[in-house]
Design a protein around this ligand. Structure first.
Ligand SMILES: Cc1cc2nc3c(=O)[nH]c(=O)nc-3n(C[C@H](O)[C@H](O)[C@H](O)COP(=O)(O)OP(=O)(O)OC[C@H]3O[C@@H](n4cnc5c(N)ncnc54)[C@H](O)[C@@H]3O)c2cc1C
Length: 397
């Protein structure tokens, strides 16, 4: 086995073209401190987190202690009062060393952005602080067996009664289910395919709320998903998020933010694999010279580096447009998600190839990164759906 000297080498950080994007001082500080946390505390555990295939509570608490769930949440609700770009920077840094741990940030953002964008003042004050400070994990329940890409086919119902709402249905593949304290659940409150959908908060321990077995996945094994089962789950009226019928619009607005974060996750996974393979190729000798001396390999490295930089720029652009409350952000969020996660798949697959048997080995991290990359092309809306969104917006103009 070739041993890789990771010290005394220029890292890709020092070559980052996107440093010229003029990040603010607080954004640079966030990136620097999360990069250190990732290197010192998260990276050494990444292999164990993958192999344990359980919810990584230790890492969840660590991210909470460092305020990373609350970066985009106002101080008045227990957050740090920064912006989406700060959260994107944090997700990239964590994903570069442990993609499963970065899912914790993306999933918490699905829940906190739902409350920020659709919740009442009372809901924000009550539910955001524990989520922002990492006291409890959240879960976001949209997908059903017959409502995957087609969210408008949601079958879970919420029936209004005098005292509250009664929820019935089943949600599948829900990240953090069984571990979370706060659940966002998309339900049907009337017939209309999209304007009949409504969101609710359901708290852990509510009678009638239960969970299926832990799902088994190819990658992201440190991220736990289960079925969420709702059998006559009663919640008070004030657990409805916004008004009846606003659920679909709210989750689309949430997805603009979280798809951007999944894009950041793609950039991070790609960068992690690229940095590793870059060092490896300089150390591994064949035919009497370093692999990195071969032009064919140099061409591949250049292609991969270009795609990573382009992906990061798309993620930063989408983040900045959303932070600036620009119009038409859907297309930019979808471009960031789609390009960056396709890049993660491409870079990790090439990284395995460039390392030969050593890349395919479980002793090195790139095979894990390749397995982790795959699902980023699937969740938060598949990349085919992102392409549909981009094309629809282009054709509307
Ligand atoms: C690890 C993991 C974690 C997840 N976490 C959550 C979570 O926390 N909360 C949650 O609600 N969901 C979650 N999901 C579900 C995820 O969001 C869905 O799997 C995803 O939206 C796709 O739905 P589907 O799997 O039913 O695929 P389908 O919708 O059945 O799609 C199958 C294939 O057909 C393609 N396709 C579908 N429609 C079209 C179309 N119109 N044009 C072209 N191609 C199309 C898709 O792109 C895909 O390739 C998670 C999934 C995974 C794997």
């Amino acid at each position: 086995m070739v041993s890789i000297n990771t010290s005394n080498r220029l890292s890709i950080h020092e070559k980052e073209v996107t440093d010229t994007m003029q990040l603010t001082e607080s954004q640079l500080n966030v990136r620097e401190s999360v990069r250190r946390l990732a290197a010192e505390r998260i990276a050494p555990q990444a292999k164990t987190v993958d192999e344990a295939a359980a919810f990584p509570w230790e890492n969840f608490r660590l991210l909470g202690e460092h305020g990373l769930f609350g970066l985009h949440i106002p101080v008045s609700y227990g957050g740090k009062g920064f912006d989406l770009l700060c959260s994107s920077l944090a997700v990239e840094e964590i994903a570069a060393v442990c993609a499963s741990t970065s899912v914790l940030l993306c999933t918490q953002a699905l829940v906190t952005y739902t409350l920020l964008l659709g919740g009442s003042e009372g809901q924000k004050r009550r539910f955001l602080p524990p989520l922002a400070q990492g006291k409890v994990p959240g879960a976001f329940g949209v997908t059903e067996a017959s409502a995957g890409s087609d969210v408008s086919n949601t079958q879970t119902t919420a029936e209004k009664t005098e005292s509250g709402y009664v929820l019935n249905g089943r949600k599948v593949f829900i990240t953090n289910a069984g571990e979370a304290g706060i659940y966002i659940i998309l339900t049907r409150t009337s017939e209309h395919r999209t304007r009949g959908l409504s969101l609710f908060v359901v708290e852990q321990g509510t009678p009638g709320l239960s969970f299926g077995e832990k799902d088994e996945w190819m990658g992201m094994r440190g991220s736990v998903t289960r079925e969420v089962i709702l059998e006559n789950v009663w919640v008070p009226h004030d657990h409805l998020i916004g008004n009846e019928g606003e659920g679909f619009q709210t989750i689309m607005n949430v997805f603009n933010r979280t798809r951007t974060l999944v894009g950041a996750q793609g950039v991070g996974i790609a960068r992690g694999a690229f940095e590793y393979v870059l060092r490896y190729l300089q150390e591994r000798k064949q035919f009497g010279t370093s692999l990195s001396d071969f032009q064919m390999i140099q061409g591949t490295l250049a292609d991969l580096a270009m795609q990573i930089e382009a992906s990061r720029l798309l993620v930063h652009q989408a983040s900045q447009k959303i932070d600036a409350k620009a119009q038409g952000v859907e297309m930019y969020a979808s471009m960031a998600k789609c390009h960056a996660t396709d890049t993660a798949m491409k870079v990790t697959t090439e990284a395995v190839q460039l390392m030969g048997a050593y890349g395919y080995s479980r002793k090195n991290p790139v095979e894990r990164m390749m397995r982790d990359a795959k699902v980023t092309q699937i969740y938060d809306g598949t990349n085919q759906i992102q392409r549909l969104i981009i094309a629809r917006q282009l054709l509307r103009q």
